[in-house]
Write a protein that binds this ligand. Sequence first.
Ligand code: HEC
Length: 121
Amino acid sequence: MQATGVLAQSNSARINYLLNCQGCHSADGKGSAGGAPDMTLYGKEFLQSAPGRRFFIQVPGSSNSSLSNLELADVLNFIASELIQYNEAIQFTETEVEQYRGTKISNVVETRNQLILELVR
Ligand code: HEC
């Protein structure tokens, strides 16, 4: 059967995740000790807040990837629904990615820690 529409989109997002992100983040998004953090841990909190969503777009792994804005939006939606399993998350759009991707985070680890302090209570 030919995949179309939403299905095709989620399949290519899955493949793009596999090719561009999985090496550091692992298949389940849980990363590894001393490597990429477990995205499922605070994922819901990040996805629920505007600064958290910007962070997801601006982390070096996302922003510096070779993915187009649309492809990155789809991969982030794949991470939200399949790995973080937060299906109520607002969908990332090409426009949102385009808007925030170019702004570099100066200290990623510090920014992440600060966001977690603010978002998780
Ligand atoms: C070379 C390893 C590497 C690759 C490849 C990579 N990342 Fe990451 N990612 C990290 C690390 C390390 C962090 C923690 C922040 C930092 O130090 O950059 C991170 C953090 C993140 C976060 C924040 C998660 C959290 O809980 O704080 C998201 C979202 C993310 N990456 C998405 C992606 C996406 C999407 C891709 C593929 C397009 C990708 N990353 C590719 C290493 C990587």
